[in-house]
Design a protein around this ligand. Structure first.
Ligand SMILES: Nc1ncnc2c1ncn2[C@@H]1O[C@H](COP(=O)(O)OP(=O)(O)OP(=O)(O)O)[C@@H](O)[C@H]1O
Length: 600
């Protein structure tokens, strides 16, 4: 099966599975829609032949009734088809959306999200997933209808003159070839324009993004960014304009060709009628047949060409939905048992891509069960990368990470992450209610207001949330209305950077009791008092479990059981705060620099 047919078959399977009734109804109407014009042409011929018959017309009741029925059918079928198509599109688009985002959620790592090609594919997939399958089934049904109409009229034409039928069909060959060539070029143009439009979208979003608005206005870069956006649009327009001009030229030529063929047929049939070799009914039949065959053939070719583009788009959708896992998953993954001994990084080497430098160069370290380990080092030393590897967002290129001696690659990543709580350096501020912002840390607790509140209290954010206009139910957003999105008039409320961070911390408190607590700069935006309080809270949480804390503020990690100093992707020092301050080395230097900052 060619890849186009495979994609079309997948679209049909999806439509059949989720919208069988509307699909069958469309099939039936397609056949009726094809039969109507052929029947009408034959009945017109019968009526005309009877009218011009030497003995006068015989009984015209049934052909006239048939003509009326065919007329009603011709008018009604497209309207019902439009409704059915829209209904099918709604049902299929919902199922396709579900499948697409199930597939996106199935990606356990981060690598694909950082791949520009995947980003383009996802954009096409989002577009094609909505209307793609419905468009492909519609095009297929149109094709079926046109094949039936063409066949019906070709047979009718052949009864008048087989040579004419062949001439009309052969006259369509150049159109078929030209439309296919156009379709291929259209697809190429679309692939060229894809990344350009993604850039344009980026600038457009940036220009209308509320968070970016402050910097854009302070730096006065609005016009600069707008110009960049327009430049992308102009480039995309250039590609599309060239394509449209090519289509216009080709299609104008094809129209002239089909008009010439139709004209030739008309001249022949008028001559034949004048010579008495064909009847008046034959003339009407032939005029209808030539026009219909040409329209159907061209329509068929255009539909096929359009289908080519739709198939390519839906191909992107299938590529995302059927993608292999981004990280190799074990066939028989082991359950992730509670941590008993500790987590070990054994000679771990890692780089984000083969063409990029190594970020971790043989890191060996242990996070013993029940201990608080801190990771310090300069910017870019690889601290957050270690955290991402511990959550298995990436796999090490060399070496291994062991959970009680079992390689993380042999564990189910979803189960592994269920054993981890944490606050990331670039935590997310969800445009949801305050309660949901906390509850998302453990969706099972989303409806449990007492658990949400107690996490908020631990993170020192309860009073702030209680003081909001609707307390825990206040929408935290500047871009959406609270409650009824359509008719709402109450705008959301915004928090300060530190308050958002406290919410992120509350999320991690809600996940208390997990085996590993990961904290990547969890208090970077907090004031000194809040930072002190939060670290007390973390300490309580750490007492029951195992933790890894990354912080540039050495005061917050001085009571860690073990401090590891990372430099250019290797552990260069390890020990307690006192030991490291005693020893000459980067930690002592960093510490005395920070301490001096406070003393001076
Ligand atoms: N997704 C990524 N793709 C490519 N390179 C990356 C990616 N994330 C980080 N890096 C690179 O890896 C190196 C280590 O980054 P990492 O975020 O681990 O440092 P860090 O020690 O946490 O730094 P900081 O103290 O600034 O947070 C940096 O040079 C960075 O440019």
């Amino acid at each position: 099966m060619t890849s186009g047919m495979r994609v079309a078959a997948a679209a049909w399977r999806l439509a059949w599975r989720v919208a069988a009734r509307t699909t069958v109804a469309q099939l039936v109407l397609t056949v009726l829609g094809a039969a109507a014009p052929v029947t009408a042409a034959w009945l017109t011929k019968v009526v005309l032949d009877q009218l011009s018959a030497p003995g006068g017309p015989a009984d015209l009741l049934w052909p006239i009734t048939g003509l009326v029925a065919a007329g009603v059918m011709t008018a009604l079928v497209p309207q019902v088809m439009r409704y059915l198509r829209a209904e099918q599109e709604r049902i299929v688009a919902l199922a396709a959306l579900d499948r697409l985002y199930t597939a996106v959620n199935r990606l356990v790592g981060l690598g694909r999200f950082e791949d520009p090609q995947f980003a383009d594919r996802l954009r096409f997939a989002r577009h094609a997933g909505g209307s793609g399958p419905a468009e492909i089934t519609t095009v297929s049904l149109n094709l079926l209808q046109q094949v039936l109409v063409t066949a019906g009229f070709a047979v009718s034409l052949a009864t008048v003159s087989p040579a004419l039928a062949i001439a009309v069909l052969v006259g369509a060959v150049p159109a078929v070839a030209a439309e296919f060539a156009l379709a291929r070029r259209r697809a190429e143009a679309m692939n060229t324009v894809g990344p350009i439009e993604r850039r344009e979208l980026f600038y457009g979003q940036l220009l209308s993004d509320v968070d970016a608005a402050t910097e854009i206005r302070l730096f006065g870069v609005g016009s600069f960014l707008r110009e960049r956006m327009l430049r992308e649009r102009r480039t995309a327009n250039q590609v599309q304009r060239a394509m449209d001009r090519r289509s216009l030229r080709t299609e104008a030529l094809l129209t002239m060709l089909s008009t010439a063929v139709a004209g030739g047929c008309l001249v022949w049939v008028v001559n034949a009628a004048a010579g008495g070799t064909v009847t008046i009914g034959d003339v009407s039949m032939l005029v209808a047949a030539v026009a219909s065959v040409q329209t159907s053939l061209l329509g068929m070719v255009r539909d096929l060409a359009g289908a080519h583009t739709q198939l390519l788009m839906f191909g992107h959708y299938l590529a995302v939905v059927e993608a292999e896992p981004d990280l190799p998953l074990p066939v028989h993954s082991r359950p992730v048992p509670p941590l008993r001994h500790g987590i070990e990084l054994r000679d771990v080497w890692f780089r984000y891509r083969e063409d990029l430098p190594w970020v971790l160069r043989g890191v060996t370290l242990t996070i013993p069960k029940g201990q608080a380990v801190a990771l310090v080092g300069y910017n870019g030393a690889g601290k957050s990368t270690i955290i991402k590897l511990l959550c298995r967002y990436y796999d090490p290129d060399r070496g291994a990470i062991l959970w009680d001696g079992v390689d993380l690659r042999d564990l189910d990543p979803v189960q592994l992450r269920a054993r981890i709580a944490g606050v990331f350096q670039d935590f997310v501020s969800y445009e949801l209610s305050a309660a949901e912002n906390i509850g998302i840390g453990d969706v099972e607790a989303l409806a449990d207001r007492s658990r949400v509140e107690s996490a908020a209290r631990e993170a020192g954010v309860h009073d702030i949330v209680s003081g909001l206009p609707h307390g825990y139910d206040t929408l935290l957003s500047r871009t959406y209305f609270a409650g009824d999105e359509l008719n709402g008039t109450t705008p959301g409320t915004m928090l300060s950077g530190g308050q958002w961070q406290r919410l992120a911390i509350a999320r991690s408190f809600l996940r208390g009791g997990r085996d590993l607590l990961i904290l990547d700069e969890p208090s970077a935006r907090l004031d000194a008092e809040a930072e002190h309080e939060i670290h007390q809270g973390f300490r309580r949480l750490r007492d029951d479990g195992t933790s890894l804390l990354v912080s540039h503020r050495l005061g917050t990690i001085r009571d860690a059981d073990l401090i590891l100093v990372l430099d250019a992707g290797t552990v260069v020092q390890a020990g307690s705060h006192d030991e490291l301050v005693e020893a000459a080395g980067p930690y002592a230097e960093l510490f005395s620099l920070q301490a001096a900052g406070y003393r001076d």
